[in-house]
Design a protein around this ligand. Structure first.
Ligand code: ASP
Length: 441
């Protein structure tokens, strides 16, 4: 009899790339009775130059649609699955499935249908290997006629279907439209399916198994061997993701965040590692560390404005923003002083339009000074621990100053969750390293 704890476990492509990886996954799942609902990706790369099965499937479909030779690619795909089945000594045949796929290819099938077969077939194998029930995602994940994902309807269907199933494998990445046509999420979308399943069964935890032991505090291409993040809140994660850190897809966070279900990023190749736990805000997750992570982005510009008595002029900010809005320019940050305002925008928005931007804003608010500075980068220092720590800002500034770096802009969100620093692009990496060294060592 299973206990009441329910975990949804999603395994990425590299975790299921070969029979050897399947064995690790089996050991992980069977180690805990609570790991009841399993969401697999398609087999990923086994080595650096290898091809992901999803890429092969898409190539295969496109070759067939263009009248090219697709059979060689299809054979390659078959081999990938058959080698897994044989090595695991499963008494399972996928012949019928491949016949159906070949038939569909012959008479024309959609890219989404073909791409989804990677997860579908891997799901069948994993279910057989685990002795779990296989549930085709096309039956429980639904999209509307225009291909828009229907979150609430899916939740209803999925909850009802899983209510009577103790243990199941539900392939990631796809669902179906009202006429039964298969529709996929965007690439990497198995993460989304995992989150949907976790919400539907009201899981205690959504484990996302991959090939790294969680998120790192900083980009490892900039800081050597950065420390992993052990606990991060959804809000912090959003700040870091917005500033360019590669984390989970926003859509894959939404369903579980809404339901208050934590996500644990774990490493299939090092299952004992703690990984990163993503939680909703709460006192129980007070951080010992002041900083949770540092991230940043480049290719930004600052529009500097100065005007005497600016702060007394009602509607000044509104007029500036209206002018930007009329030109279709959205802004990233808007730090302001008494008589100054800096508007940080993506350089791509204003490139080649500098004169127009200056003219429009000048017309709107008649500033004393207006100029644009390109080549700016922003760095966000994110941490829920900053709220309770004194002197964080001064430590950041001292660390940057000691490297002789000039700070061009400072912004602190009212939540005290982050401090954002603008520096010239040439100082970007140096600044990140200086801050990391100051707080982490
Ligand atoms: N197999 C799909 C892809 O490669 C979906 C996923 O792995 O999440 O994009």
């Amino acid at each position: 009899m299973a206990d009441n704890v329910k975990k949804v476990v999603k395994f990425g492509g590299s975790s299921l790339a070969s029979a050897e990886q399947f064995k690790k996954v089996h050991a992980i799942i069977t180690a805990e009775e609570s790991r009841r609902y399993v969401v697999p990706s398609a087999p990923g790369k086994r080595f650096k130059e290898d091809e992901k099965v999803t890429d092969l499937l898409i190539k295969c479909q496109s070759a067939s649609a263009n009248g090219g030779d697709y059979t060689t690619i299809l054979e390659k795909i078959k081999e990938r699955y058959y080698s897994i089945i044989e090595e695991l000594e499963l008494g399972l045949s996928l012949e019928g499935e491949f016949e159906l796929i070949a038939n569909k290819l012959k008479y024309g099938c959609s890219r989404d249908y073909m791409a989804s077969r990677g997860e579908y077939l891997n799901g069948i194998i994993l279910a057989s290997y685990l002795g779990y029930e296989f549930i085709d995602a096309a039956k429980v994940v639904v999209f509307d006629v225009n291909g828009k994902f229907l979150a609430d309807e899916t939740n209803k269907i999925m909850s009802a279907r899983l209510a009577t199933v103790e243990k199941a494998v539900i392939p990631g990445f796809y669902g179906s439209m009202p006429d039964g046509t298969v529709k996929t999420f965007s690439r990497g979308g198995s993460d989304i399916t995992g989150a949907i399943v976790a919400r539907a069964v009201n899981a205690d935890l959504y484990e996302n198994w991959t090939d790294v032991s969680g998120f790192l505090m900083c980009d490892p291409r900039i800081v050597e061997n950065p420390k992993p993040i052990s606990v991060i809140t959804y809000k912090e994660l959003r700040e870091l993701a917005y500033m360019g850190a590669t984390v989970l897809h926003e859509d894959s966070i939404f369903p579980v965040k809404q339901a208050g279900i934590p996500i644990n990023i774990k490493n299939t190749n090092a299952p004992a590692d703690h990984g990163t736990l993503i939680v909703t805000d709460g006192d129980e997750h007070k951080s010992k560390d002041i900083i949770t992570g540092i991230a940043g982005k480049k290719d930004l510009s600052i529009i500097h404005l100065e005007k005497d008595m600016m702060n007394a002029e009602v509607g000044f900010g509104m007029k500036v923003l209206e002018a930007l809005c009329d030109m279709g320019i959205s802004f990233e940050h808007l730090p302001s002083g008494i008589d100054t305002m800096s508007i940080v925008v993506n350089t791509s928005y204003i490139e080649g339009r500098e004169k127009e931007v200056i003219n429009e804003i000048s017309e709107a608010v008649n500033p004393d000074v207006i100029h644009i500075e390109n080549g700016i980068s922003l760095i966000a220092i994110v941490g829920r621990g900053m709220k309770n720590a004194h002197g964080t800002a001064s430590r950041i500034f001292k660390a940057i100053a000691s490297e002789n770096i000039n700070i061009r802009m400072i912004d602190q969100g009212s939540s005290e969750l982050n401090i954002i620093i603008g520096v010239e692009e040439k100082d970007f990496e140096k600044t990140l390293r200086a801050i990391y060294k100051e707080f982490i060592g």
